[in-house]
Write a protein that binds this ligand. Sequence first.
Ligand SMILES: [Zn+2]
Length: 249
Amino acid sequence: MAIQKTEAIVLGATKLRETSLITTFLTRDFGKIKAISKGVRQEGSFLTPLYEPFSHVQIVFYEKTRSDIHFLSESAMLCFFPGIRADFEKISWASFLLELTETVLPLEEKNEALFELLLLVLHCMEGASVSPFVSIFEVKLLWGSGLFPSLGSCLRCSRTDFETAYLNVEDGGIFCEHCRDSHRIFYPVPKGLIRTIHFFAENDFSKCLTLKLSPENEAELHRLTYQWIRGRFDRDLSTMRFLREVSLF
Ligand SMILES: [Zn+2]
């Protein structure tokens, strides 16, 4: 077993037996990994800050070659993000970003750019508001993972000159007004939202911040993600359902 050291962001942790944990990390050098840590909980206690979601930590782990679950030997706090934890809206949105990341990323595929982006977005949310950082990350994660639908032109007639496109999850793309079938389920996607998604996908983070995003546009983007993830993974993200229940989008 090789010993590895890397920076990581805690995506989530589940309790295992009396005092152990399995933690999912997004790491700088190994992508998303899972690691078991033994004897880190007092019986019946909650998690320690090192294993709380969003914590930015330095970890040392023994890399197992025959298992997806490695053995964590050390963890040290780099940033606990107290500003996010103290704010209901911020913690709700940050939780969504972590669940989205955990859901769509495969295990153990290095993606340092995405690690950097999540860390940057958490620091931005720590110091400022939620908007537009959540939206930028959401687009870049889904687009970069190849998970966003094709939004360029109508899948049937290739038209691009529409004001509203109609997304069909099964077909993985959009249709124009004329080509959509009346008996199938479509989600309307305004052209302005498609422009926003392409802008975020194609530009770096600082350029993305120059786009003035309306609250309506952001809410449309979150609704599109919600429908898309439901269709692709056949389940709701619990954090996204919660955000809807408390009317945060
Ligand atoms: Zn068409």
